[in-house]
Design a protein around this ligand. Structure first.
Ligand SMILES: Nc1ncnc2c1ncn2[C@@H]1O[C@H](COP(=O)(O)OP(=O)(O)O)[C@@H](O)[C@H]1O
Ligand SMILES: [Mg+2]
Length: 210
């Protein structure tokens, strides 16, 4: 088995990296074996995973490795041979670990909130991924309903020649609420709009990474 490796990165904090990593992992875990790598020293993904392990409602097993420094590459090699998908939650800066994670990945996914500040902050992350020779997809996150802003942001990104996914995530309480219980929306609120969004995005990203 050789896993598809997907790195979730964005130099701007609070963009949704950890939310993406956890929610995508749960969506994929329904059908595949999934490993998460938390290389952000903040450890939010590990905290979520801790809740998950203790939860009686979480459905599928998801492996988590929390590593740093020289162990990252070694651990990634190990996980690649044991799982279908490896998802890496990167720290909010462009350091050596992020660089190595991006280089080892089949795809770098960058969450972007639909605001000019977030778009400006995205270019360096996308360039950094590009320098590692890894394809990039930007995903709009926390999209408000009926917003013209989305089209404006889409146009801005297109100008910069950045590839945006067709699917995006709305600004929904369900994402945070499920994570408070160590779950993802595809488990806790299976027929919600949030679950539909993450399932559609998971499908699109898997295709882009293969
Ligand atoms: N689609 C969303 N809808 C609502 N809240 C969201 C969404 N995505 C992220 N958030 C919230 O935004 C905050 C930052 O998200 P997080 O995943 O921790 O970002 P990062 O890991 O990039 O710092 C968290 O409070 C999270 O619950
Ligand atoms: Mg985070």
């Amino acid at each position: 088995m050789t896993a598809r490796v997907i790195a979730v990165a964005q130099q701007k904090g609070g963009a949704g990296k950890t939310t993406f990593a956890a929610q995508l992992a749960v969506a994929w875990a329904a059908k595949k074996s999934v490993a998460l790598m938390d290389i952000d020293p903040q450890g939010s993904l590990s905290a979520w995973h801790g809740l998950r392990v203790a939860s009686e409602r979480a459905l599928d097993d998801i492996h988590l490795s929390s590593v740093s420094g020289w162990r990252v590459a070694m651990e990634l090699d190990r996980l690649k041979s044991d799982f279908d998908i490896v998802l890496i939650d990167c720290p909010p800066h462009a350091d050596t670990e992020t660089k190595n994670a991006m280089r080892a990945a089949d795809l770098v996914v960058i969450p972007v909130q639909p605001s000019p500040m977030d778009v400006w902050a995205t270019a360096p992350t996308a360039e950094f991924a590009d320098e590692q020779g890894t394809p990039v997809r930007l995903v709009l996150n926390r999209v408000p309903p009926r917003s013209r802003l989305v089209e404006a942001v889409q146009a801005m990104l297109k100008d910069k020649k950045l590839k945006l996914t067709k699917n995006h995530l709305g600004n929904r309480v369900a994402f945070a609420a499920s994570m408070m219980e160590g779950m993802g929306v595809t488990e806790s609120e299976r027929s919600s709009q949030a679950a539909k969004e993450i399932n559609a995005l998971a499908k699109e990203i898997e295709k882009a990474a293969s």
